[in-house]
Design a protein around this ligand. Structure first.
Ligand SMILES: NC(=O)c1ccc[n+]([C@@H]2O[C@H](COP(=O)([O-])OP(=O)(O)OC[C@H]3O[C@@H](n4cnc5c(N)ncnc54)[C@H](O)[C@@H]3O)[C@@H](O)[C@H]2O)c1
Length: 270
């Protein structure tokens, strides 16, 4: 019950990583505000949590809309009286070559993926400072640490999330507020259907093939990393980017040398 008497606001919590984080936070004793662009999905997750004995409310909220974020923070305070944990989890991507990306798609990607994190910080940090501390976890991505083919705006936005995390961690360390991010690899959520409509299975197979652990990650596995960073177990962790990627970024991308070199040949030998 590591979150007993704690309150979390989790964005994009109607599905995938956000929903798994909301369930985990409630399972461990905390009260959750489930916020999502889809009111239907947010409501379903909050009701499921309540049915299993947890405490949850829901709010329809566009994480890129300053007024909606402010209203959700206010609703959280009204419902639970405090806010200890913020998970900025919303993200958005339009695949395609950079030169063919519309300005509108670029701006929406930046707004939902990066500006949303700024808005969460902007409206929650002052109240966490008044409360004497808190923990903020942002969902970045391996795509913020490396580039992808056909994901330029998302790459730029997620890299921004990682460095915004560091800046926010520095500014707020003296106030007892820790700010960290997670960098997931390929996670099997609604993402394959959204990114590869009609070809989701082929997309999943391509994902499985590049992850050294031989599978895609589960939303719950990223949620565990977020919950760790949000918990007192991470009391000395701030400004960090925790990679949860099944070994993806451990690889340079070079071919398997053992395929080309006789097993007995030592490196630098012969
Ligand atoms: N799935 C992956 O492989 C993967 C990998 C790395 C990072 N991520 C990041 O993890 C986060 C969650 O992704 P997921 O795969 O769990 O997604 P998902 O598609 O399962 O769920 C996303 C949820 O976000 C909501 N949403 C969309 N736009 C929103 C907005 N503007 N405001 C509020 N809610 C909004 C949707 O309604 C949906 O319920 C995103 O930031 C994503 O970029 C995902």
């Amino acid at each position: 019950m590591r979150f007993r008497n704690k309150v979390a606001l989790i964005t994009a919590a109607g599905s995938g990583i956000g929903a798994a984080t909301a369930r985990g936070f409630a399972r461990d004793g905390g009260a959750v505000m489930v916020a999502d662009l889809s009111g239907r999905r947010a409501q379903a997750v909050a009701e499921e949590i309540r049915q299993s004995g947890g405490e949850a409310r829901w709010q329809k909220m566009d994480a890129a809309d300053p007024e909606a974020v402010q209203a959700t923070v206010a609703a959280t305070l009204e419902a639970f009286g405090r806010l200890d944990v913020l998970v900025n989890n919303a993200g958005y991507a339009v695949p395609g070559p950079l030169h063919e990306l519309s300005l509108e798609a670029w701006q929406r990607t930046l707004a939902v993926t990066l500006t949303s994190v700024f808005l969460g910080l902007k409206y929650v940090v002052p109240l966490m400072r008044r409360q004497g501390g808190g923990a903020i976890v942002n969902t970045a991505s391996v795509s913020g640490l490396r580039g992808d083919y056909g994901m330029a705006a998302y790459n730029a936005a997620k890299a921004g999330v990682i460095n915004l995390t560091r800046a926010a961690a520095l500014e707020n360390a003296a106030y007892g507020i820790r700010v960290n991010c997670v960098c997931p690899g390929g996670i099997d959520t609604r993402a394959p259907e959204l990114l590869a409509p009609g070809r989701a299975e082929a997309f999943r197979q391509a994902m499985v093939a590049i992850h050294p652990l031989g599978r895609m990650g589960k939303a719950e596995e990223v949620a565990e990393a977020i919950l760790f960073l949000a918990s007192d177990a991470a009391a000395f962790v701030t400004g960090a980017s925790l990679v949860v990627d099944g070994g993806l970024l451990a690889h340079t991308g070079l071919p398997d040398f053992t395929t080309f070199v006789p097993a007995a040949a030592p490196l630098g030998g012969r």
